[in-house]
Design a protein around this ligand. Structure first.
Ligand code: SF4
Length: 687
């Protein structure tokens, strides 16, 4: 007998996982969340969710949830009151600040948390502590997108909206597998591919979309710059550039053109492993389209030449006039629900809220006035990898971490552990006892996204409401409330009052960030607003219309391919290139999805191995192998797959049993230090 359950109430909110930002309708019965559906009226997802979003509630009251503040005493966590925890942390932070200076303290913020909480977190580190040592998880994903697009266009965010897909007659997908990482957008792309749109995929892995694409360039991992230089070469030599657009709206094109024309296509074809004709045909298809829309993911950014690749993608769009109209542009598939928002709010060591340069004395004065203090910190802060190095060198003494499992997600785990062991104080605000929480001195239990109000900003710059569904469980508090309390203990009282009120924090954000001027809680409604949000509340679907680049003109940059130091230094002893990716069932480190039914669907990470490599190593499906690099080794089951080329391995990183970051390295994007998770020199053997 089946029984129909009628919810006591339903509340619309925004999914906590990926940067698509789907709207979810959450059903509550007897004060418990019992199910999720997607509202058909939601502009972003139009009644759809993915496998992750559908079950995105089961972790919230999991027995593993941290429910009480705790302080570690003699190696064991003991439950304390909030007052005891706050006093302990504040006393210790002020002691470290007095003894070593404010720059001995750092903060890691979180794309899991709301805009308001990220804004408060960066404010606490800058205003109540007095340092720019604030960074976030964009450092391990899309920092090169923000940096690269700022260099090219002046603004580090998606130029267009996902709805533009309906207008594009060519789609260029580079280094992304949205069917797994951004499933609702991925499904829209799949529909377009199946309907026969011109589609170009560049990836070292033969993904489902690659199989459906009209053009697929299966490159050797790490050769993105080389393949884009080839595409630019053929666009120029086939006379497919939009010279009017270039002359009117851009600068430095001739330098780029001359650089590209001097390149040796045979050599680049050899490097990338892709035949010249394939690249030429793809370049012609892209440039011939009336509206070509580009999407990229971590296969672009998590590389030694990540920022450079983003700038070259911008070049390709500009030289063909594919910027500033509907159905075109550069559209980074932001990995996390609020990674765009966290950067907008100032979770970066070199730019404060609204991307203003913290090194500029006028900007320092601007922030000091807005934050009602006398003086802002003057020196640019450290990025996460630099903070970890500073901890090892004994220069950084304390880390305050909000919702980030650094130990599991950052590369070279043993290096991270060494850094953490050197710290005098580690404070972690978290939902669960993660690998990072275990190393904390103090744990402050946070409320999940169901238990608070706020906003997330999705990958198309859309600020959307996060609506409270239930009261905070146990003795947890919203991250925003914890930060306000902590700032107060540190001697700074938040002008909006001592109670976290998202609507009031939004008023302050709108006052501080110029491109959020018209943002209010009420105006967001059920479908949000895309920034820039004008004073009258109107928003912006397309950036750079009529060449309106923030930096005046769009700028061309030129670069040569450079082999990753990972391959140069370790490639001889470790002849396989490991690249990492995601599965549909799980979200990043799996902290949340491993505590939902998704874990029943997929409970293992696998190593994908080409059949010829498997034969040579004497392994078959489900054999356990040891995979090792210069940093260490892990064991993992094998899945034989023709989706990777010979010499290339692929794995995921959702399960702590494998802990893949033990073997990933310290090479990062030169400009932003984003780790090169996509090129790891390894070898493997059957156990
Ligand atoms: Fe959530 Fe992303 Fe799935 Fe949408 S596509 S339901 S935002 S995980």
């Amino acid at each position: 007998e089946t029984k129909t359950l009628i919810p006591d109430k339903t509340v619309q909110t925004t999914c906590t996982y990926c940067g698509v930002g789907c709207q979810l309708e959450v059903a509550v019965i007897d004060r418990k969340i019992r199910g999720i559906q997607a509202p058909k009226t939601a502009e972003v997802n139009e009644g759809h969710t993915c496998l992750k979003g559908r079950f995105a509630f089961q972790f919230y009251n999991h027995p593993d949830r941290l429910r009480e503040p705790m302080i570690k005493k003699n190696g064991t966590f003991e439950v304390v009151t909030w007052e005891e925890a706050y006093d302990f942390v504040a006393k210790k932070l002020l002691y470290i600040k007095n003894k070593y200076g404010a720059n001995a303290i750092g903060g890691f913020s979180s794309s899991r948390a709301t805009n308001e909480e990220n804004y408060l977190m960066q404010k606490m580190i800058r205003v109540a502590i007095g340092t720019n040592n604030i960074d976030g998880c964009a450092r391990v994903c899309h920092a090169p997108t923000a940096f690269g697009m700022q260099q090219s266009f002046g603004t580090g965010a998606a130029t267009n909206s996902i709805e533009d897909l309906k207008e594009a007659d060519a789609i260029f997908l580079f280094g992304a597998n949205p069917l797994k990482g951004h499933p609702v957008t991925g499904a829209k792309l799949k529909q377009a591919f199946m309907k026969g749109v011109t589609s170009i995929v560049v990836d070292p892995v033969k993904t489902t979309l690659a199989k459906l694409a009209t053009h697929f360039l299966q490159i050797r991992p790490g050769t993105n710059v080389a393949i884009l230089n080839m595409m630019a070469y053929y666009i120029i030599t086939e006379n497919l550039v939009k010279q009017d657009f270039i002359d009117t709206y851009t600068e430095m094109y001739d330098d780029f053109k001359n650089h590209v024309l001097a390149l040796d296509m045979d050599a680049l074809s050899e490097l990338t492993g892709v035949a010249k004709t394939l690249v030429k045909n793809a370049a012609i298809a892209y440039a011939n389209a009336n509206r070509a829309m580009e999407f990229h993911g971590l296969g672009v950014t998590e590389h030694f030449q990540g920022s450079k690749t983003v700038m070259l993608l911008s070049n390709i769009a500009m030289m063909t006039g594919n910027v500033g109209r509907k159905g075109v542009g550069l559209n980074p598939l932001r990995g996390q629900n609020n990674v765009q928002g966290a950067a907008d709010m100032g979770v970066q060591p070199h730019q404060g809220a609204g991307y203003l340069d913290v090194n500029d004395p006028e900007i320092q004065h601007y922030y000091a006035k807005k934050y009602r203090i006398n003086k802002m910190p003057e020196k640019e802060g450290l990025k996460i990898p630099d903070m970890l190095n500073a901890a090892i060198e004994g220069k950084l003494k304390a880390l305050y971490i909000m919702g980030e499992d650094t130990i599991m997600t950052d590369p070279n785990t043993n290096h991270s552990i060494k850094a953490f062991e050197n710290l005098e104080l580690i404070v972690v605000q978290e939902l669960f006892m993660t690998a990072t929480s275990k190393m904390a001195d103090v744990i402050l239990p946070a409320s999940s996204y169901f238990e608070k109000n706020g906003t997330f900003t999705n990958g198309e710059r859309r600020v959307q409401r996060v609506n409270k569904v239930i009261e905070p469980i146990g003795n947890t508090k919203p991250d925003g409330q914890i930060i306000i309390d902590m700032m107060h203990k540190l001697g700074y009282t938040q002008p909006t009052g001592l109670t976290y009120d998202a609507a009031k924090i939004i008023e302050e954000i709108a006052d501080v960030i110029p491109f959020m001027k018209g943002l209010t809680w009420e105006r967001l409604g059920t479908n949000g607003l895309q920034w820039p949000i004008n004073a009258d509340g109107t928003d912006t679907k397309t950036l750079h219309v009529n060449g309106a680049f923030k930096k005046g003109k769009g700028t061309f940059h030129h670069f040569d391919f450079e082999e990753s130091p990972e391959i140069v230094e370790h490639g001889t002893n470790y002849p396989f290139i490991l690249t990492t990716g995601r599965e549909l069932e799980h979200y990043n480190s799996g902290t949340m999805t491993r505590r939902t039914d998704n874990q029943y669907l997929l409970a293992k990470d696998y190593l994908e191995v080409h059949p010829k490599d498997a034969k040579r190593k004497g392994v078959t499906n489900d054999d356990m192998v040891k995979i090792f690099s210069d940093r260490g080794s892990v064991t993992i089951p094998v899945k034989i797959s023709k989706n990777v080329k010979k010499g290339v391995l692929r794995t995921t990183f959702h399960q702590p049993e494998v802990f893949i970051n033990i073997i990933t390295g310290s090479v990062g994007d030169k400009e932003t230090l984003t780790p090169e998770y996509k090129v790891v020199a390894v070898d493997f053997e059957k156990i």
